[in-house]
Design a binder for this molecule. Structure first.
Ligand code: HEC
Length: 137
């Protein structure tokens, strides 16, 4: 009887170990691990593509050498406007600046930016806003 219990226990432990090893092999993360696409990682990339395709990048260069101000580090900063006021560059401001650039003109810049009102869908504007926000990090 004692012998049988010992044998049973040994077999059980053996099986457990085997299952453990198999589970370990199957569950092992394969490299490189692919991140599931989510809104956080995808939106800025789509926004960046739009930014390049629509020609925004021609005027908005990172080093401020373009005709428009650099958008790097813009988000959540105070912007000095042509009319002497300042405004916080929040989501709403970025949104309006893309659809109606002449509404609030940045100080020391000529308002030559075209409106994109007729070319962009709502979600595309949001993608652009998300991209510009990602430039602030
Ligand atoms: C022909 C050049 C030109 C193009 C193309 C252009 N912009 Fe501009 N943009 C400007 C200028 C000049 C200003 C500053 C004057 C003003 O506020 O209108 C500006 C201002 C802005 C601002 C506000 C910046 C700030 O510092 O407050 C945002 C945001 C912006 N543009 C986004 C875009 C996006 C997105 C696109 C593409 C869909 C784009 N621009 C295309 C010239 C351009």
């Amino acid at each position: 009887m004692q012998q049988q219990i010992k044998l049973g226990a040994t077999i059980l432990i053996g099986i457990s170990l085997l299952v453990g090893v198999v589970v370990f092999i199957v569950m092992r993360p394969t490299s490189p691990s692919v991140e599931p696409p989510n809104s956080h990682s995808e939106l800025p990339i789509q926004g960046e593509q739009l930014f390049n395709n629509l020609g925004c990048a021609a005027c908005h260069q990172a080093n401020s050498t373009g005709l428009g101000p650099s958008l790097h580090g813009l988000y959540n900063q105070q912007v000095y406007l042509d009319d002497g006021t300042t405004i916080l560059a929040d989501d709403a401001y970025l949104y309006e600046s893309i659809l109606d650039p002449a509404a609030k003109v940045v100080k020391n810049y000529t308002p030559i930016m075209p409106t994109y009102q007729s070319q962009l869908k709502e979600d595309e504007v949001l993608q652009l806003v998300t991209y510009i926000k990602s430039l602030a990090e």
